[in-house]
Design a protein. Structure first.
Lengths: 215, 170
């Protein structure tokens, strides 16, 4: 078998287009870096943008001139300090969400630096990373989705109150947002059970196989 | 590490050891498109691994480990996306197969290796390329005695398969 195997050293199975190869390496690295950076940047950016928007609105409501606020076309009822409090709370939640995602990104980047440079080390690293992804995906429900949902609900409630929206729109919006939350949560649960956990099981099985000395 | 130095090392490793990468590709991917895709994945990981290389092991041991891990990641990704994606755009095909050089006996051997599970397949490649038990243990991160047990099983399996297939003249 060794003779058969070594025969390919004399007659190579493939040849290389080196220019194309260098282009491929550059392209793949750029794609990977871009995708990872974009995903986190989008989540952090959304958190910051919403936070700033709500903070500015809250600031205007809290410290703006009452006479000037009365001249604005869309508030149909007087702005109260509770509107400002609600928006400051919502802004805080969005800033917290951005910080949470930034922290998750940093923790994920540093994950797995301590593993040995072996295949077992790589499998352990992959297991640590997928375990981290599962924990983030499970934690993001209470630490990410629900707070953001509360922030969005506060924003919507303030806007509806100031525009003097009829009662049924509150009910409609509340049920729509509840539906959105349920859909997001079930999607996240599906991602955990159909994507992360099978990947984790596969890695664990590989690890067991690697360490199994029994015939 | 500076980019020009990284590129120099990359070119040198590829010039000297591309045969090793070809073998791993051939054992894990079975169509020209998949082979090209896996090879691209592999060289990308080789490029990324260069700054981490500390010369504590031989270059070939390091490259085998990078190649096997790339294959593992690629196999997982490929299984997941197989039914959902089309072939790559084909604008950059780095790997060109020389099919006329394929001997039937070598094809048979690759076929048998491909039937093994991932860990045994990795060990079979390392074994056939003459790596010591110590190198295999170092690459895979398991004990030498564990390697020995697994190698014994793989040898027995391949020998049995060879006996069953007489026309290959093994």
């Amino acid at each position: 078998m060794k003779v058969i195997w070594d025969s390919q050293n004399q007659e190579p199975l493939y040849t290389l287009d080196e220019t194309a190869l260098h282009a491929v390496v550059r392209r793949r690295n750029q794609e990977f870096q871009r995708c990872a950076a974009c995903r986190y940047a989008a989540e952090i950016g959304i958190g910051l943008a919403c936070g700033v928007l709500m903070f500015v609105c809250a600031g205007v409501f809290a410290f703006g001139d009452a006479a000037w606020l009365a001249t604005l076309p869309w508030p149909k009822v007087a702005v109260s300090h509770w509107d400002a409090v609600a928006l400051f709370t919502a802004a805080g939640i969005w800033f917290y969400f951005a910080a949470y995602m930034r922290g998750a990104r940093r923790r994920q980047s540093s994950r797995g630096e301590e593993f040995a440079p072996t295949m077992r080390g790589d499998i352990d690293r992959a297991l640590a990373q997928v375990g981290f992804q599962i924990r983030v995906a499970e934690g993001i429900l209470w630490r990410g989705f629900v707070p953001v949902w509360v922030a969005a609900a506060l924003w919507v409630a303030v806007v509806f109150r100031l525009t003097d929206a009829p009662a049924w729109t509150y009910v409609f919006m509340a049920s729509t947002m509840a539906g959105a939350l349920v859909t997001t949560v079930s999607g996240q649960q599906r991602r955990i059970s159909e994507r992360y956990q099978p990947h984790q099981r596969e890695l664990e099985s590989l690890r067991r196989k690697l360490l199994d000395p029994q015939p | 590490m500076e980019k020009p130095e990284q590129k120099r090392v990359f070119d040198e490793w590829l010039a000297r050891h591309k045969g090793l990468l070809f073998k791993v590709v051939r054992a894990h991917a079975f169509t020209p498109h998949d082979q090209d895709d896996l090879f691209q994945e592999m060289v990308t990981q080789v490029w990324n691994s260069i700054p981490q290389f500390r010369a504590e092991s031989a270059v070939t041991t390091w490259l085998y480990r990078v190649a096997l891990n790339s294959s593992l990641a690629w196999s997982r990704k490929e299984r997941k996306h197989r039914n959902r994606t089309q072939a790559l755009d084909g604008s950059e095909t780095a790997l060109v197969e020389l099919s006329h050089t394929q001997s039937p006996r070598l094809a048979w051997l690759y076929e048998e290796i491909a039937r093994l599970d991932f860990i045994d397949r990795s060990l079979a490649l390392l074994l056939l390329d003459g790596f010591s038990y110590r190198d295999m243990a170092e690459t895979l991160g398991i004990s030498e005695s564990n390697v020995g047990v697994k190698i014994h099983r793989i040898k027995a399996h391949l020998t049995n398969q060879a006996k069953e297939i007489q026309p290959h003249g093994l």
